[in-house]
Each structure stands twice: as structure tokens, then as C-alpha cells.
Design a protein around this ligand. Structure first.
Ligand code: IPM
Ligand code: MG
Length: 364
């Protein structure tokens, strides 16, 4: 198979970790007989410095022509001035919107080899295997009005949380479908005791449940979810929520897997194979950001990026065996004791980004 992939390394640790994801992708291609064609594009702070905009048209075009996008990270102290007119983060937000990537899948597992890297008690981590489905192109992130201004009585700022029925329904359907392929439990997180958009969300989730009688649905307030995620994380299978809630709970859930550096994600414009002839647009990225504190030192954990690439093999190319091969290699390497500093809590052998990528590629 020919794999046309756009790679957007971005800022900070982004280029370091995406390079390892590409290295492992090349290893997969040569073992399974595929051809990889990688085209890179500039995004974020790098693109602001080079093109004056966080998402140049060239980059959008590269993404449009590829079958899938591998993204690193954007942002860093250099571009952090709150009064700046352009922010690196706008690059990834605009790209998600332009590509219509409304469903963000963030799997969270506790790796047996890493239980001691998590600050939580090992017994809490047993059996943790959940999938967070975050709505990605609506809600508080994108709704208008969104602005800051000054009045005679001081400064003001507004963000808006607006959802249409269609936006809620399509992401909930993705979550229901994915629950069907897993343990058939769906938890819908909202703040329906306070927010109107959440009441609508809950109403639609309740209506849709009739189409998925095999899936057990429960509704939970997002603040309570934040607590239950730490108290009893193994009870969750698929968790679905609004954009901002999903952003927050996925960072929290990362603690369960030992480190933010371990977490992968897929952002999709629909589920592949759901009766549509065309391949959905898709972008794959580690959950961690540009990690300015460790960027450029060659010590960032590339596993989130490598596992994101595995999700690409699975969702964009239907290459399940190849995806599993990557996931197995990661598990094998962890079991052998290889650790980047972020997961070295149990005193395994500490290696850098490139060595970690290299050993994983070698086990594929
Ligand atoms: C994430 C990140 C982004 C977000 C930032 C970098 C804009 O935190 O992917 O979770 O808030 O969506
Ligand atoms: Mg986030």
C-alpha cells in the first residue's frame, strides 16, 4: 500500500518526537511491504517566524493532498505574549476546523510496566483501559462571540459555548459506535445542572441511546467525572464530552498511563468504514504539547507520537496488523526496561528520544 503522509513537526519537542514516529513508520513499511511518502509542512510558531502566520496555505494544501497528517506540537515561550495578534495554537485549532476533525479519540491505558511511574496507588490502575472522545471543532473553543475589549468600567472578555444539534449528534454517534466495538459502556460527561448546552447534549445522548440498545449509557457531571477518574478509573470504557471538558479530563487521565508523553490521539472527520466511500480526513498527534522545558535536549518521550502513528495505520489505512505490531513493540520495549526520563520513576534504564524511537523501530 502507498501511504501518503503529511508531517507537521511544529515547535519545541514536536520535531524530535515526530522524527521518531516517522522512523517507526519506515520500519513498519519495510517489514510489511508498504511505500511511505512523507511531505512536511510548517505550522505554529515555526510558521509564524517563517511565513508570518501559524497555518500557511502551503501547509493546508499539503494536508489536503495527504491521506493522513502526523502532527507534533505547537507553542513555546517565544510566542507567549498574550497581546500578540497571532498565537501558534491557532495553527492547530484552524487546521482541526478546516479539516472538519470533530471527533478526537484519546485512548488511555495503564501499562503494567509503568504502574510505578504513576503517582497513583498501583491497585487503582489495574484494568484501566478507556477511550476519551472529545468534541473538537465546536463548543467553548470556537463559538462566537469570542473577544476582549475595554469599557469605561474596565476590561471585559467573552467566550461562548454554543452547540448545534448536528454537532452534538455526530460526535455522540462516533462515541456510541466505538463503545460498540469495545466493552459497550458509554459515559457522557456534561454540566447539565448548570449549562443549557449540556442539557441539550444530555437530551440528544438520551434520544440516540435508542439506536444503540446494546450500549449501556450513563451521564455524569464533569466535575464528578474528574473525581471518579482518579477514584475508580477502571470503571470507564468510552467517555464522551464537549471540547473544553475533554481537553481538561484527558490531561487528568494521562496520569493513569504514567506520563502525558505516553498518550496518543486521533482527530477524525468521521469513523472510517461507516458506509462512506471516501476516507475521512484525519490528523494524529501526541497529547503532550511542545514541552519547552525539555525541548531540544533529546529527552522527550516519543511514545505518544509513535502510538499516534499506530492509530493512523489503524484508522486511516485499515492496517490493523501493522498498528498492533507497533503497539506490541512499545509494550515490549517498556517491559525490557527502556525509559525516557518522564517515565523513569521505577528506575529503568534511562534513554533519550532517538534511542527510544530506535529500539521501538527495531522491535517492529
Ligand atoms: C490539546 C492541546 C490543544 C487544545 C492546545 C495546544 C490548543 O491542549 O490538544 O489538548 O487545547 O486543544
Ligand atoms: Mg490539551
Amino acid at each position: 500500500m502507498k501511504l501518503n503522509v503529511a508531517v507537521l513537526p511544529g515547535d519545541g519537542a514536536g520535531p524530535e518526537v515526530t522524527a521518531e514516529a516517522v522512523r517507526v513508520l519506515d520500519a513498519v513499511a519495510s517489514r510489511f511491504g508498504h511505500a511511505v511518502n512523507v511531505v512536511t509542512g510548517s505550522i505554529g510558531g515555526h510558521a509564524i517566524d517563517t511565513f508570518g502566520t501559524p497555518l500557511p496555505d502551503e501547509t493546508s494544501a499539503v494536508c489536503h493532498e495527504a491521506d493522513a497528517v502526523l502532527f507534533g506540537a505547537v507553542g513555546g515561550p517565544k510566542w507567549d505574549d498574550p497581546h500578540a495578534h497571532v498565537h501558534p495554537e491557532q495553527g492547530i485549532l484552524d487546521l482541526r476546523k478546516r479539516m472538519g476533525l470533530f471527533a478526537n479519540l484519546r485512548p488511555v491505558r495503564a501499562y503494567p510496566a509503568l504502574v510505578n511511574s504513576s503517582p497513583l496507588k498501583p491497585h487503582l490502575l489495574e484494568g484501566v483501559d478507556m477511550l476519551i472522545v472529545r468534541e473538537l471543532t465546536g463548543g467553548l473553543y470556537f463559538s462566537r462571540p469570542k473577544r476582549r475589549w475595554t469599557t469605561s468600567r474596565g476590561r471585559r472578555g467573552v467566550d461562548t459555548l454554543r452547540y448545534t444539534e448536528r454537532e452534538i449528534e455526530r460526535v455522540l454517534r462516533v462515541a456510541f459506535e466505538l463503545a460498540r466495538r469495545r466493552r459497550k459502556q458509554l459515559t457522557s460527561a456534561d454540566k447539565a445542572n448548570v449549562l443549557e448546552s449540556s442539557r441539550l447534549w444530555r437530551e440528544i445522548a438520551t434520544e440516540l441511546a435508542a439506536d444503540y440498545p446494546d450500549v449501556e449509557v450513563d451521564h455524569i457531571y464533569v466535575d464528578n467525572l474528574a473525581m471518579q477518574l482518579i477514584r475508580d478509573p477502571s470503571r470507564f470504557d468510552v467517555v464522551v464530552s464537549e471540547n473544553t471538558f475533554g481537553d481538561i479530563i484527558s490531561d487528568e487521565a494521562a496520569v493513569l498511563s504514567g506520563s502525558l508523553g505516553m498518550l496518543q490521539s486521533a482527530s477524525l472527520s468521521g469513523l472510517p468504514g461507516a458506509g462512506k466511500p471516501r476516507r475521512p480526513s484525519a490528523l494524529y498527534e501526541p497529547i503532550h504539547g511542545s514541552a519547552p522545558d525539555i525541548a531540544g535536549q533529546g529527552i522527550a518521550n516519543p511514545i505518544g507520537a509513535i502510538l499516534s502513528m499506530a492509530l493512523m495505520l489503524r484508522y486511516s489505512f485499515g492496517l490493523e496488523e501493522e498498528a498492533v505490531a507497533v503497539e506490541r513493540s512499545v509494550e515490549a520495549v517498556l517491559a525490557e526496561g527502556y525509559r525516557t526520563p518522564d517515565i523513569a520513576g521505577d528506575g529503568g534504564g534511562v534513554v533519550g528520544t532517538a534511542r527510544m524511537g530506535g529500539v521501538i523501530a527495531g522491535r517492529v
